[in-house]
Design a protein around this ligand. Structure first.
Ligand code: G6P
Length: 608
């Protein structure tokens, strides 16, 4: 999945395209490229790797065209290389693409049989060649695009630039987002509002199947059947300025440190602190009392947030929760209760599998509640109701503050649902709200232990495998801790339910293997202690994340301890996320890895 941008401007567009691509790098950074018209002729600059490599190319060989398209790539078909970098071009046109053309092999064979010679290994080149074939017949770009689109299966957002056409750009979308931006005598296309924010706040989102013909003053939108359609123009609030790292070395460090503030902000949105009550999102199109099941789906870190949420919804609201990774949920034909609620969780609101899960639930007639961080996203727009996380823009690819804000929202929703269903009374609600209110402060305390964490992380950085253990809500957190470490340090790590240790992973334990145990003082602390004893008995090196007395009480001598403040167990998972994140962060820093843009990953996964 990739980021795309197009500009019909008044001034040279290459620097503007790069500015926009910088905002889209969260979608991928395997290569980047731009195409403009230089005296009417298509000209490209492309570079493998991060955007700065393209910037270097453009410094050496600048472009002066006032119309252009740009792309930042996350490789799906064809390895990252300059040759496979977008824009892909023929003598007639250049195209940038986000998505996957699923039938590209068939199309490629057909085009090759007709004499086309392919230059790349990408699925996108078939689009360039298909439209070029139509252009040869009609010499009309719009007709050529219209004739080609029905042949494409899969998901795509496309932007086309045509040789010799200084005032024409064509965009199309199916399954991947694309927005039009309206300027003063200028027009834009972009994968999202953030990409367009430096240029304009007035945008229209294309709907699935739409395609648009742009010149500098008009945008003619047609639907999949060719009928002219109007799509609402909205004013976005996406900030024009890129967030910076402040005093931190990496965005991830900054975002970890922001957590007390953004979790606090999120909680104040949902809590009436004076009265000890939860404020539920307004206009929910369902009655919590009538809900007999919640079906959650999400991907990656958001999925682990959902797993924690399951414990809370079942405990406080007594609603059975099933939860799937969205890539499974969308295809497993799950029978859904007609009294059910679908709950999707996503930072970006653009994750392709989560969106597909949302659509499946909607097709089954369920209301969909989205816990989402980007309010203008496709998931936010397509859900029946939104419970926002107020984490602010998250730039580091490994999610941190969005995760803890998702946990904060899920905790509030579970308490609110419990109150609405009568499974907790006002006194219990007050008690739980009082616990939640303490969470930002506890997170701030957890950040104070950073130096100790840095020290332990140096040890972790030497390991080839790390095990994370937890019980209850700290079991999903163990998986999230392992995911963080894998993502940014490339150390193999697994998160396990502590009680499951003896059913397999215990075989891995030796003197070399760090075992990180998340052990807040909860009702099952004693059980976790037994599991630690099992590790210690086999010479395993325990890294204990717990309060100051836990090691003594458990009768173990950990190889390292990350001391957490004492806290009630209900929402401890939110505060315990902090040391788990910092451990991964410092391990990656010790190993000299690219923390904010780890290899092979992307912030937003808009392909399945
Ligand atoms: C990618 C990101 C993860 C994120 C996941 C789900 O894998 O690298 O950090 O958790 O997508 O993304 P979403 O935007 O839906 O939360």
């Amino acid at each position: 999945m990739c980021g795309i941008v197009g500009i019909l401007g008044k001034e040279p567009v290459a620097p503007l395209l790069v500015d926009s691509l910088r905002r889209l790098e969260y979608r991928g950074y395997d290569s980047a490229g731009v195409a403009t018209l230089e005296e009417g002729r298509l000209t490209r600059r492309r570079a493998e790797g991060k955007l700065r490599n393209l910037e270097g190319r453009l410094k050496e060989e600048p472009l002066s065209g006032t119309i252009g398209i740009g792309h930042t790539r996350w490789a799906t078909h064809g390895r990252p290389s300059e040759r496979n970098a977008h824009p892909h071009a023929t003598d007639r046109l250049a195209v940038v693409h986000n998505g996957i053309i699923e039938n590209f092999r068939e199309l490629r064979q057909e085009l090759e049989a007709g004499g086309d010679v392919f230059e790349t290994e990408t699925d996108t080149e078939v689009v360039a060649r298909l439209v070029t074939r139509e252009m040869r017949k009609t010499n009309d770009p719009a007709k050529a695009v219209a004739a080609s689109l029905p042949h494409l299966r899969g998901a795509f957002a496309l932007a086309f630039l045509f040789d010799g056409h200084e005032d024409l750009m064509i965009g199309a979308r199916k399954g991947a987002p694309l927005a039009i931006g309206f300027g003063e005598g200028e027009m834009y296309l972009g994968s999202d509002a953030l990409a367009l924010a430096p240029f304009t706040r007035t945008i229209s989102y294309l709907e699935d199947g739409d395609w648009v013909v742009l010149d500098r003053t008009t945008a003619v939108i047609r639907d999949a059947f060719g009928a002219k359609v109007k799509r609402p123009r909205i004013q976005t609030s996406a900030g024009a300025f890129l967030v910076d790292k402040g005093n931190h070395r990496h965005f991830m460090a900054k975002e970890i440190h922001e957590q007390p503030e953004v979790v606090g902000r999120t909680l104040s949105h949902y809590l009436d602190m004076a009265n000890g009550r939860v404020r539920m999102p307004e206009g929910l199109p369902f009655d919590w009392k009538a809900i007999d099941r919640i079906t959650m789906s999400a991907c990656g870190t958001a999925y682990y947030a959902g797993l924690v949420g399951k414990y809370w919804f079942e405990r406080y609201a007594r609603i059975p929760v099933e939860i799937d990774v969205a890539s499974e949920f969308r295809y497993r034909e799950a029978p859904l209760s007609d009294k059910g609620l679908a709950l999707v969780i996503s930072q970006s609101g653009e994750t392709a599998d989560t969106l597909a899960g949302l659509r499946y639930a909607k097709d089954c007639g369920l209301p969909v509640l989205a816990v989402v961080n980007v309010p203008t996203s496709t998931i936010a727009r397509e859900s029946s109701a939104v419970a926002p996380t107020l984490a602010g823009p998250e730039i580091g690819v490994a999610s941190t503050k969005a995760f803890t804000c998702q946990l904060a929202v899920l905790a509030c929703l579970a308490i609110g649902a419990g109150r609405a269903r009568g499974t907790i009374d006002a006194a219990k609600e007050r008690e739980l709200v009082a616990e939640l209110v303490k969470v930002p402060g506890l997170m701030a305390d957890a950040l104070q232990t950073e130096t100790a964490i840095e020290h332990v992380a140096r040890d972790i950085a030497k390991a080839t495998d790390v095990l994370f253990l937890g019980r209850g809500t700290n079991y999903p957190l163990a998986m999230e801790g392992a995911l963080k470490l894998k993502e940014i340090s490339y150390i193999h790590a697994e998160g396990y339910a502590a009680g499951e240790l003896k059913h397999g992973p215990i075989a891995l334990i030796d003197e070399e293997m760090p075992v990180v145990v998340l052990a807040p003082r909860d009702a099952i602390f004693e059980k976790t202690v037994s599991n630690m004893q099992e590790v210690a008995a086999r010479g395993g090196r325990i890294i204990l994340i717990a309060d100051a007395h836990a090691a003594h009480d458990a009768g173990i001598e950990p190889a390292g301890t990350l001391v957490m403040p004492e806290m009630a167990p209900d929402f401890a998972a939110i505060a315990y996320a902090v040391p788990a994140q910092l451990l991964a962060y410092y391990a990656a820093v010790t190993l000299g890895k690219d923390v904010d843009q780890p290899r092979n990953l992307a912030k937003s996964v808009t392909v399945e």
